[in-house]
Design a binder for this molecule. Structure first.
Ligand code: URA
Length: 209
């Protein structure tokens, strides 16, 4: 309950520093996000369920811990989640990818859903829900609500940067969902951007403004 893991590793902090740097342009941002996602896939996927399964090598029979069926899935909160989903998917191509569309209302700063497309058997899969920025927590909470409404029972939330306010709100609504983040930042500003943060993740990934 209320589990938060902040990844503390030189590769994580080094790549995060590149992402935070305002001089990192979109192509380098995307490349570094992909690299950081690869690094994060190790701790993120360490939670996956496995079962000992008999395998026959060319030499003899053995048992190996193999992912259980149905395979885990990745669910990306559009649009910034896609960068992380791509990176995690490279490490686990067996995982189908679902999408939940959320957009932030510029006045209220609250997330509003506009799209959902999920893999089948969502209720039986381990779900890696990804969104780089856990700011107010509103998108993450609504996405988790969506998933639970469809029967999801086993969700892990993965982000790059989290604000204390977002973690508190997320866990007030979904105490059962562990959070893994590359960084826990100081606070939100008056426009609900994370400080020090990295700016608008979607704009920086896709070069939009
Ligand atoms: N979304 C972002 O992309 N950045 C923030 O700092 C907060 C929300």
């Amino acid at each position: 309950m209320n589990s938060v893991t902040v990844l503390d590793h030189p590769l994580v902090t080094h790549k995060l520093a590149i992402l935070r740097d305002e001089n990192t342009a979109s192509p380098a941002f995307r490349k570094t996000l992909l690299e950081l996602g690869h690094v994060m896939s190790w701790p993120v996927f360490s939670h996956l369920n496995v079962a000992n399964t008999e395998i026959k090598t060319p030499m003899e029979k053995t048992t190996e811990a193999v992912l259980v069926y149905p395979f885990p899935c990745i669910v990306s909160i559009l649009r910034a989640g896609n960068g992380m989903a791509d990176a995690l998917s490279a490490a686990l191509p067996e995982a189908p990818i679902g999408y939940i569309g959320m957009q932030r209302n510029a006045d209220t700063h609250l997330a509003e859903p506009y799209f959902k497309k999920l893999p089948d058997q969502i209720q039986d899969r381990q779900i890696i829900l990804v969104d780089p920025m856990l700011a107010t927590g509103s998108s993450g909470v609504q996405a988790a609500d969506f998933l639970k409404r469809d029967g999801a029972k086993n969700i892990l939330f993965v982000c790059l940067v989290a604000a204390p306010e977002g973690i508190e709100y997320f866990h007030k609504q979904h105490a059962d969902i562990p959070i893994i983040t590359a960084a826990l930042d100081r606070e939100l500003d008056e426009n609900a951007y994370i400080l020090p943060g990295l700016g608008d993740a979607g704009d920086r990934i896709y070069g939009t403004k």
